[in-house]
Write a protein that binds this ligand. Sequence first.
Ligand code: GLU
Length: 403
Amino acid sequence: MPLSFRPSQNIARLKESATLAVAAKARALKAQGIPVIDLGAGEPDFDTPAFIRLAATAAMDAGATRYTNTEGILPLREAIAADANQIQIQGAPVTAAEVVVSNGSKQSLYNACVCCFGPGDDVLIPIPSWTSYFEMVELARATAVPVHGDPANSLKVTADLLAAAATPATKGLMLNSPSNPTGAVYSREELSAILELAAARGWWVIADEIYLRIDYEGRAVSALEVATSRDNLIVINGVAKAYAMTGWRIGWSIAPAAVSKAMTNFQGHTTSNAAAVSQHAALAAIADRAQADEAVSHMVAAFRQRRDAVVHALSAFPAVRYVHPEGAFYVYINVDGFRGADDPGAAFAAAVLDEYQVAIVPGSAFGTPNWIRASYATTESVAVEGLTRIATCLTTPATESPR
Ligand code: GLU
């Protein structure tokens, strides 16, 4: 008799990744010949810089085709530590013993959640937050506690809001600046107050800094720069966004040595090392600073230009409210009351795809159903056309929509 699949308790509440689902849907529609403007998944549209690709080919030819240490090759971990030490860190310099390389920052985030949180633990998650934090915390069998950000302050949380949501069961929090999905950036003072609170309460801080270099106002600071102690801090980063290396799957954590050891052990039983050739590609990206800085600043300048163009396009629609994006490559737009729907973001996502052929991610994926996220990691003309269609859909009565 065929066995019917009943999901285990582990994944009983697991939902599909909304960001990846939108990307897959847009791809499928495009394959059918439907000219969808895809502002769904956050993926840079640039090719990986040539010097990185060449380094990967050379590494492959030189034999980088085998297992490496689970925690990653030493030269890459040293380069990551050296890169972190470029910024003004308080306390001892970061060492390779604190660095674990993984198959993407997503894996590092998950490994950190599993190693630091468990049953009975509450984890504070600023809302809106990137969709996978909720699932990762729950997969670690801890409880995700939403903490709503202040609408008057780009939907960011403050130390006071976090303190008000805390209970004796609070074990840590997730931080993300620049933020996915809002593009908001925490100032040094905001970050410092949050880190001080966490240190005083003995909470883990998992700081996701994957968009740190995609910063338009020069305001984005690393938690490493602000923290007076790194004892309770786990900083996550990777090459995907800043270096246009999404498909290479390389992320890492910088964490106290004992946490790094636990994360290595966990990874050793689940995926082992990240792909050897990708590690060498990442090594070129991090260690060849001159070429990397040139490539990254070129891409960030293009993102900034698109951000400016998108904000300019939205200025023609004064009724449209959004979070002013200071980093990353997303605009977070309020769709409160859209066509009277219970989940306005989902209703808007369906309408704008069906009527205006634009793919975006509904805000429910990020804990805020009254919002939607549009990515402008695409050419300027496509981004402007997409955002103009979004604003048109939002401000046009249903009876006057194209279908
Ligand atoms: N992080 C990107 C996004 O939010 C890529 C998809 C994903 O991993 O969620 O769109």
